[in-house]
Structure formats: C-alpha cells, structure tokens
Design a protein around this ligand. Structure first.
Ligand code: MRU
Length: 340
C-alpha cells in the first residue's frame, strides 16, 4: 500500500485529500506540483513527505532549466520544497541526502537518472525500515493486545508499510492483536479517513473514537498500549506528532498504560537537543471552523490550529526504530547505538 509510485520519470501520488471516498492517483510531472501536493496534504505523513520531496528534486533536475545553471536550479527546487511544511524532519533529511548526491555528481551527464535512483532508494529503504520496526514493536505487545492510535501512521504516511500501523499490522499477522482504537484526529480526520481505510482493507478489527473519548477508554482499562508515529524526535527523545498525541501521553501516564513512539531513524533530529527546538506548524483557522467546507461555528469565530504537539520524553515508555527498542533515558547522538 504505497501512496507513491515512480514510473517513466513521472510521480504518481494517491490523493489523500480525497480518501476514503475516492481513490485518485495524481500524475505529477513537475517539482512545483510535488511542492503543492505536500502543502495541500495530498501527500502527508513524515516519511511520505520526505520521499515525495526526493522525487520532487529528481523531477526538478530533469531536462533543461531556462535561466538557471544546475546549481542554481537545485538550490531553488530544494529551497521551495523545504518551505512546504516545517515539522516533519524527514522532509529536510531527504532533501539533504539528495543534496549530498548532487554535490558529488553535479557535473555528471547522468545526474537526473542518479537522482531518480536515489529517491527510489529512499523509498525502498523506508519500507524495509518500517518492516523491521514493525517486528520490534510487535514484540513489546502482550497477546490479545488492545491498542490506541492517533492520526495515520500507516502505509499512506510512509513508503508503504507504516510505523505505528506497521507495528499493528505485524501484531495482527502474528495473532497478537485483539482490537485497535483509532482517534478520528480533528481537524483533518486522518484517523477517521485514512487509518480506518487502511484497517478496513487489512481486515484488522478496529473501532473509531472521537478524540475526546480517549480518557474514558483508558478509564475503563480497555487498552494495553498507546502506539503513535512521530514527525520529529529530538536528541533527548521529546517527540513531535499530530496534535492530540501529548494529551494521549498524559492520559496514558495517569492510567499506567505504556506509551510507544514508532518511527524510522530518519525521523530522529540529532541536531535538535529537545522538544523546545522543534518548529510546530500552525495551519489555517478554516480547517477548524469549516472542516471539509462545512461551517460549524458562527461567522467571525476565531480559531487556533496547531497541527502538532510535543510529548516530553519522560512520558514515553519506549521509542521503537528499525534499530530496536530504545528505552529511557534517550540520547540519540550522531552515532546511533542499536538497542533491542
Ligand atoms: O499532518 P500530517 O497528516 O502529515 O501528520 C502526520 C502525523 O502526525 C503522523 O503521525 C506522523 O507523520 C508519522 S507518519 C508515519
């Protein structure tokens, strides 16, 4: 279930703004088109945004560029893609990786093909990392696990397997999972639209809850773990993820429910020491006031719409990456220490 496909120098994206009612593949032939798809969340989820940006650079460096030399063209494409969304570090990580290749091969006649291959490698490696972290994560769950998740951290948000949903998928396949509770995830409803779509496809038992039902769910002791994805993990383990994640972590602490963050190592921002340094995207008030075009508040109502929050490391039971299960105290240095 990959939301991205690269074929004949063209990027195809499964339009996540239209799911679950319509399954439309967008044909993207320009880097500007990729930037727009990221901005409008037709492609979303930290790893998927990074992969899309890498393909965007490959698109941007094809053919001839009027007025620009190669280096100027690369800078312009990379700068525009960097400005699309600020929180998911995978975007910056993928662009930097493409930039390293560009710097090594800037004069090569085969540069466009090399960049396309590099983007495809980022894509494939993400799926492989997801599969490995899915296995590590599934091992920490008890049998018959009932889990709670938020947003969509599934195949749609990644190269094609999923982080939090990768763990859930793996646990389901090994017969360990009894129920998934999915927060609908206001205001963009990634849980109700996208996670529900994926779980339905996979025939994984789940129930949707409104975000504010999470406390009641935990009070009735119906869950064994909260499992969430991440947009950026600081060096000390503080983690930015979809708005509402921090609320779940506080509730999990109160109810003694283990709280797991699941992400590939490309989501770890070793240059940022703690959550205080993570930029949090604020989106338009319209998303809150008139979701999907239907006004729900009186005209003139003001709204504040942060898209992410930061969960402090002290509330996180473990951070699960493809390298293993990392337990506190977290200290992600330049040289990663694998744990399992
Ligand atoms: O605003 P979105 O839909 O891009 O936010 C996505 C999330 O918050 C996901 O939980 C996160 O990117 C992890 S995806 C594997």
């Amino acid at each position: 279930m990959s939301p991205l496909r690269w074929q004949h120098d063209t990027l195809y994206l499964l339009d996540q703004a239209e799911l679950p009612h319509e399954e439309i593949w967008l044909k993207i032939v320009s880097w500007e088109g990729v930037a727009e798809a990221i901005r409008t969340m037709q492609v979303r989820g930290a790893p998927a945004i990074g992969i899309a940006a890498a393909y965007g650079i490959a698109l941007g460096m094809q053919g001839t560029y009027s007025g620009d030399d190669r280096a100027a063209r690369f800078s312009r494409v990379a700068a525009t893609l960097r400005e699309t969304r600020p929180t998911a570090v995978n975007l910056f990580w993928a662009i930097e990786r493409m930039e390293r290749l560009f710097n090594e091969q800037a004069d090569s006649p085969g540069l466009p093909a090399l960049l396309a291959d590099e983007a495809a490698a980022i894509h494939t490696e993400d799926i492989e990392a997801n599969r490995r972290l899915g296995e590590h994560g599934s091992r920490v769950l008890p049998s018959g696990a009932r889990v709670l998740t938020i947003c969509n951290a599934g195949g749609l948000a990644t190269g094609g397997y999923g982080t939090a949903l990768g763990v859930i998928r793996e646990a389901h396949q090994s017969g360990k999972l009894s129920m998934v509770y999915a927060c609908e995830t206001r205001p963009r409803l990634q849980g109700a639209r996208l996670t529900a779509w994926e779980l339905t496809h996979e025939k994984i038992p789940f129930q949707l809850i409104v975000d504010s039902a999470a406390g009641r769910l935990m009070a009735e002791k119906k869950i064994d773990a909260v499992i969430v994805g991440a947009d950026r993990i600081a060096r000390n383990g503080d983690t930015a993820n979809k708005i509402g994640t921090y609320t779940l972590a506080v509730l999990a602490d109160r109810h003694k429910v283990p709280f797991y963050v699941v992400a590939p190592q490309s989501t770890i921002d070793r240059a940022t020491l703690s959550g205080e340094g993570i930029p949090i995207e604020e989106r338009s008030a319209e998303e809150v006031l008139a979701p999907f075009g239907t006004a729900i508040a009186p005209a003139g109502t003001a709204a504040w719409n942060p898209a992410f929050d930061v969960t402090p490391a002290e509330l996180i039971t473990a951070i699960i990456t493809e390298a293993g299960v990392h337990r506190p105290p977290y200290s992600f240095s330049e040289c990663e220490v694998a744990r399992s």
